[in-house]
Write a protein that binds this ligand. Structure first.
Ligand code: SAH
Length: 243
């Protein structure tokens, strides 16, 4: 089944990397390459490195800003060679691939890759729902751009052929909006109960985001948590259940 997954390369300097990225995505059954302000494109080096993936290069969309690259996307992941103190939650390539696969059958999603020298800017990273860091040598964590594309494309391929085991087929994963609703509910419950001091929130909500991001609750699980929060916020005497 074709997937609506865009691989977006931001301001790539070396045309060879664009060609190698095209090859990487075609080997993993992806087909949408979007180039934001490439330094040189088209270029013989890009075509040479694409090898049998020239069709991907020819169909690549070249745009002048990130907004154009992300049109209609419901989920955006950014990749980063370094951990950013402040920014969207960081998740593993595997979890990210599962999330993207879950929605990409009928909705547009994108993965952003940064410049060879400086990666993505903080403003670009903040446009992402989450960030992916490919685990690597802590003293040498920056992969070649096309190699990073290959790793993520491979994870997307794995998620496509082997959907997460043990999940119930009848319940969909929670959407970004549903998770935001849960986070807002948790925050109001936490501050209403005195557990969270709004004047000194520390990192409670970010930590809860990380916890629930790892758990990837489905819609029913989110409803259970919100029902529980409602009940804790409005305690009522126990009603005997006759069933
Ligand atoms: N010095 C830059 C490295 C850029 S490498 C930086 O600090 O971000 C070029 C691009 O390859 C990155 O922007 C990212 O998209 C991808 N990349 C390289 N190594 C990566 C890693 N370990 N995890 C995730 N993405 C990586």
């Amino acid at each position: 089944m074709p997937r609506h997954i865009r691989i977006v390369l931001v301001e790539t300097s070396h045309p060879g990397n664009i060609g190698a990225a095209a090859r990487a995505i075609k080997t993993m059954c992806l087909d949408q390459l979007v180039l934001v302000n490439p330094a040189v494109f088209p270029h013989a080096e890009a075509s040479a490195r694409a090898s049998g993936a020239l069709d991907i290069l020819e169909q690549a969309q070249v745009v002048t800003d990130l907004d154009a690259a992300l049109t209609a996307c419901v989920l955006v992941a950014g990749t980063s060679a370094r951990h950013r103190g402040l920014g969207p939650p960081e998740i593993t390539p595997r979890v990210c691939a599962e999330r993207l696969m879950a929605v990409s059958a009928d909705q547009d999603v994108a993965v952003l890759f940064g410049r060879e020298r400086i990666g993505l800017t903080n403003e670009e990273a903040d446009r992402c729902h989450f960030l992916i860091n490919i685990p690597a040598n802590p003293d040498y964590s920056s992969l070649n751009l096309a190699a990073a594309v290959q790793v993520i494309a491979y994870e997307l391929m794995l998620a496509r052929v082997a959907p997460a085991a043990g999940r119930e087929h009848d319940v969909l994963p929670a959407t970004v909006e549903e998770m935001e609703g849960l986070y807002a509910h948790l925050e109001s419950a936490a501050s209403g109960s005195g557990f969270l001091d709004p004047a000194n929130p520390r990192h409670l909500m970010r930590r809860l985001r990380h916890l629930l991001g790892r758990a990837r609750p489905d819609q029913r699980e989110v409803n259970i948590l919100r029902g529980l929060l409602n009940a804790l916020q409005n305690p009522r005497p126990h009603k005997h259940n006759k069933d």
